[in-house]
Design a protein around this ligand. Sequence first.
Ligand code: F6R
Length: 618
Amino acid sequence: MCGITGYIGYRKAYPIVINGLKRLEYRGYDSAGIMMYDGKNIHLSKTKGKVVDLEKIIEKTPLKKEGNIGIGHTRWATHGVPNDVNSHPHVSQSGNLIIVHNGIIENYDTLKKELIKRGYTFKSDTDTEVLINLIEEVKKQENCKLGKAVQLALTNVIGAYAIAVFDKTKPNEIIVARLGSPIAIGVGKENSEFFIASDASPFVEYTKNVIYLDDEELAIIKLGKGISVRKITDDRLVDTNIEELKMSLDQIEKGGYDHFMLKEIHEQPKAIIDTYRGRMLADEGIIKMAGVDDNIEKFLNANRIIIVACGTSWHAGLVAEYLFEDLARIPVEVEYASEFRYRNPIISEKDIVIAISQSGETADTLAAIKLAKSRGAFVFGVCNVVGSSIARETDAGAYTHAGPEIGVASTKAFTTQITVLSLIALKLGKENGSLSKSAFHSYLQTMQLIPSKIEKLLQLDTKIKEIAAVYKDSRNCLYLGRGFNFPVALEGALKLKEISYVHAEGYPAAEMKHGPIALIDHNMPIYVIATKKGHYEKVVSNIQEIKARSGKIIAIVTEGDTLVKQIADHVIEIPETEEAFTPLLTTIPLQLLSYYIALMLGKNVDQPRNLAKAVTVE
Ligand code: F6R
């Protein structure tokens, strides 16, 4: 995890680096640091805490803001507790080389012992300090330039990295390299300036020209000269492919909302439209998706679909299991990527693996993809971040067009993933004859109405705040759902735990009586999804069972429901739709409830403790 950023050019580097770090804080926020080079000296500032804490320290020493070169880091601790010393940047023993690093050097201990034998001493507990000293040692031994030293040092490293390295004795260049962790390089006009960052958001207002490094690539960035990229392993020069950055500044700002999470919840109608725009032609009765169209035979002849993902994306995968089986009659298995990759799974060439990931950088999902590919499966990606590692690693795919998701708790990524997966399921259902032409048409018409129905749900804000105020102090709660809405129960519980630190569990409603029912008393709020077509009567029986044990019921029902209203303590109505699409609606009030509960508890909604947005470590 961690975010790295850097600048070399003619502008003042400080605001670019510090604002860049703020935009990358979703990647980790337990400590932060920067190095500024003022033309003569380097100035290092680092601290435990967030980027604002770093800023406060720097404000007191204006010298540290001078210069046109800087690198910065926001950390999610792996090796060594979050403290000032373990914070990046790290400096080599001679004081000349400075590094920021995102990733893990797995063999750091062996390398460290070797360097200690050669007289190196270490201040921090980090693997990164080992790497910068290894680079220094190689540079000394080989008497070579920095780029070569970094390259040679990296061939001795096991693990993952995105790094930026600066040498104060050669201050017109920065070396950047990646393996397993992302890195983007923004290119200014006529090589007059360069931006370095874990994603392109820190430089979106300065340049639209971006180079994404691939794994095992090293870039030498030279002011006024340009960028040369080489393969770390065989020293081969690589053609640099400058892409046009599509991201805009307003997409990564809060736009008047108090938090990114709230903004992103409210963006869902638009995000869903953006996701199906150009793909779903409801009036013509067509779904066009290049990644599926180009591989339609593979999809139609597949024995089964295996979905791999983590967290919220895994929940979207569970919804997809219901969608694919119900609409296209294709057997599906949904796997935690972290279990799948270590389980020696049985995969054949007739299996299709769908990997779902918002960030496209999740280490376990990436490893699961590599495993599936090595066993001959065709791997299809559903990612949000364009150009991400997973998007590059998969054989084909479909982007969700949610726009940047910055709040750590995933919201619009979930509903847009379900949208993409619904389109694929519908398309395959039509192609393989599981869905009649008229049923297919009717689904498309219904899907088109989802965004306006979400708009309607978003107006329930006041009611949801009232419910949140009643239950904010409960330390435990249950989420129940069946069928398509069982994964929504899991997702509702995850949203609450991760941002409010309240213990919440999601269960299939009928499983309640096999254990969790013992937890129920008058203190326990239970969020139950009881939509009209989803085994409604059965869920109503479950609600009665809860009521008989004095549990507090917050029910999500279909508009016009009268029965549950008589039993439940609170009801939230969702507009009627096809059962298959209800997760796109039932999830909205649960997102809002979590948001308001966390807010009322005074939690940091966008940056919950211990978490990071992109989990690039195992
Ligand atoms: C929860 C959340 C995480 C992610 C998970 C996978 O709100 O955001 O559970 O869903 O870390 O991340 P991606 O989708 O980026 O692979």
